[in-house]
Design a protein around this ligand. Structure first.
Ligand SMILES: [Zn+2]
Length: 318
């Protein structure tokens, strides 16, 4: 069996808080291995197409092509042909549509909807950060300006006091200069006040949008939770199965695939089940095609691993 573990880890960032929404971590449970009853390495194994549910949107011919690609993965490792297509072949290849593919498709749709919300949220976060930066910059500028005006005012006042007490000589030029300085300081104070208004305006905008952003974050997280509740519950499922039945003297072999996301995924599931059809059991290397579970370690294999090669050699004895 090719077993898929479903695990989701989705995250939403709030303006003020960081929320992690995690789907339950799935515990790997080994799938039951099929009994291989003594006739391992039945090569060349002939195969043909069986029932292909039209809901997969894949023709029987396309399935045959993908099966040939899956077979080629094994044949790259073998000194002689392992599989052969034959319209009267022994091994049936079926595509059976059930809740596994149905749920997967619903999940794809839900994921797309979620990604849209997430993108809108990300845009809000970006705008929020830009506003925060503008606010900080304006506030720093205000504080610099204010400190400068205060220093200048202090100096001016001390000169005025000194002139008033006679410590510094009062001349008409000095009085004129002090009046000019007083006007200049007044003008600067107006600029500082205007900058203060700018800061306040930015602060109000910032605060108003923070609550909007937090609401959006809540919406996103609610949707993520709903998504996780709906899809990240189970402990994985079998994407495909190889069956080997003996009745009287006849041996009936079939591969049935229940779920795949794209052609490469289907090829991988088929290659895994073809491995079982040769009599190969699961191997312990998580990167191998014949590992019982499809995970990030062995997804999208373009060639088989040393563990797969070894398992093939052991069964086919060369
Ligand atoms: Zn398996």
């Amino acid at each position: 069996m090719a077993r898929l573990a479903t695990a989701f880890l989705l995250m939403a960032l709030a303006a003020a808080t960081v929320l992690w929404i995690a789907g339950p971590r799935l515990v790997n449970t080994p799938a039951l291995s099929q009994a291989h009853q003594g006739d391992d390495c039945p090569i060349p194994l002939t195969y043909r197409m069986g029932e292909v549910d039209p809901r997969f949107g894949l023709s029987s011919e396309a399935l045959r092509e993908v099966t040939a690609e899956a077979a080629a993965l094994w044949e790259d490792l073998a000194p002689r042909p392992l599989f052969r297509y034959d319209p009267a072949g022994e091994l049936l290849i079926n595509l059976t549509y059930d809740e596994r593919q149905g749920t997967w498709e619903a999940q794809q749709r839900a994921q797309e909807a979620l990604e849209e919300v997430r993108a809108r949220h990300a845009a809000l976060v970006e705008a929020h950060e830009a506003r925060e930066h503008a606010l900080r910059t304006a506030r720093a500028r205000y504080e610099d300006q204010l400190a400068y005006v205060e220093r200048r005012l202090e100096r001016h006042n001390s000169v005025v006091v000194a002139v008033n007490t006679g410590e510094i000589e009062r001349t008409p030029e000095r009085v004129k200069a002090l009046e000019r300085e007083s006007e200049a300081i007044t003008a600067l104070r107006q600029q500082v006040d205007a900058q203060y208004e700018r800061v306040e305006r930015l602060r109000r905008q910032f605060n108003a949008r923070v609550s909007r952003l937090n609401q959006m974050t809540e919406t996103l997280n609610r949707q993520v939770r709903r998504y996780n509740d709906q899809f990240a519950r189970g402990g994985g499922y079998n994407k495909g199965v190889y069956l080997h039945k003996r009745s009287n003297r006849a041996v009936r072999r079939s591969i049935t695939v229940y779920q795949f996301k794209d052609r490469a995924d289907l090829r991988q599931v088929l290659a895994h089940e073809l491995g079982h059809a040769l009599g190969i059991d699961h191997v312990s290397d998580p990167a191998a095609l014949m590992h019982y579970q499809l995970s990030e370690h062995n997804t999208g294999l373009s060639r088989l691993t040393a563990a797969d090669r070894q398992a093939l050699r052991a069964v086919c004895a060369w």
